[in-house]
Write a protein that binds this ligand. Structure first.
Ligand code: UTP
Length: 291
């Protein structure tokens, strides 16, 4: 039976330690890139790929994420009274009407794989997407998740997004082993989380977009802690591909690693340079820096 991908899981329970001290009280996912929180970029990408149910896996200190996607009646009244209709429209249209949100709590930080497992009952027995919010991927014409969904629909198998990485980067990623040469996408025969230098099976690292079949939940439920003592999604995918076809897709688009300070600043500059309100003045300002 053919399935439509309509649910996406956003694991947002992590501490965001690379952004301390700000993440002591503000979720990393709520840090702005120009004027929108990081999480909105991922949500817009998901909606553009046809997702209609957003499942956020959260933890303590993450209430502002729920508030952001809820309506703020007082603010709306104020904007109406002040006749600031553009702003009113903006705050009312954070999510399209046909998109709903579900919040699930991860009570202990046992790893990304465990966070995904927390969404099991809400996802149920259907294929679903996962988006890691701190991978901001810019492709307006063909959003990254849409590219994965297209491959899923064609192959009826799980798909993970991969990026060609420099040798010294590989030990920070899950690295895929492929059945043949990667031409847009290829079937995976293995995946290794954070391989030691010289041991990576390819130059393609997994980045934060996945479309997975519900079989992954069964595997995650039986998973023992792996690298870093955490329940690793990568380990479950390594088992999934023993039973089912799993594909690695080299997506088109520019990815910013917004979980790191440098990647976050790069994204801020690039999105600032594209922002209709400030692009010209921002470019002028950057040029004046004469670095
Ligand atoms: P990261 O390893 O990037 O962790 O998790 P982090 O907490 O976001 O950031 P740093 O490394 O401490 O700075 C990858 C993704 O998995 C989620 C995180 O929220 C992030 O989106 N995650 C990780 C969970 O939801 N729960 C976990 O137990 C671990």
């Amino acid at each position: 039976m053919k399935h439509v991908i309509r649910k996406a899981v956003f694991p947002v329970a992590g501490f965001g330690t690379r952004f301390l001290p700000v993440t002591k009280s503000i979720p990393k996912e709520m840090l702005p890139i120009v004027d929108k929180p990081m999480i909105q970029y991922a949500v817009e990408e998901a909606v553009a790929a046809g997702i209609r149910e957003l499942i956020f896996v959260t933890s303590a200190n993450k209430n502002s994420i729920g508030d952001y996607f809820d309506s703020n009646v007082e603010l709306e009244h104020l904007l109406k009274r002040q006749q600031k209709y553009d702003l009113l429209k903006m705050v009312q249209n954070i999510l399209p009407e046909n998109v709903s949100c579900v919040f699930v709590r991860q009570h202990a930080m046992l790893g990304l794989g465990h966070a995904i497992l927390c969404a099991r009952d809400v996802v149920g027995d259907e294929p679903f997407a996962i988006l890691l919010v701190d991978d901001v991927i810019d492709n307006n014409k063909n959003p990254c998740l849409k590219q994965l969904v297209d491959v899923y629909e064609k192959e009826q198998g799980s798909v993970v997004a991969v990026q060609h990485l420099a040798e010294e980067e590989l030990s920070k990623y899950g690295v895929v082993d492929l059945a043949g040469v990667l031409d847009h996408y290829a079937r995976m025969v293995g995946v290794v989380e954070k391989p030691k230098a010289g041991n990576a099976p390819s130059h393609f690292g997994v980045v934060g977009r996945y479309v997975l079949t519900p079989k992954i939940f069964e595997l995650l439920a039986d998973m023992r802690p792996g690298a870093g003592g955490e329940i690793q999604l990568t380990d479950a995918i390594a088992q999934l591909l023993e039973d089912e076809a799993v594909f690695a897709l080299e997506f088109e688009g520019k990815r910013y690693d917004c979980g790191s300070k440098l990647g976050y600043l790069e994204a801020t500059i690039q999105y600032g340079l594209k922002h209709p309100e400030i692009s010209k003045d921002f470019l002028k300002m950057l040029k004046a820096l004469k670095l």
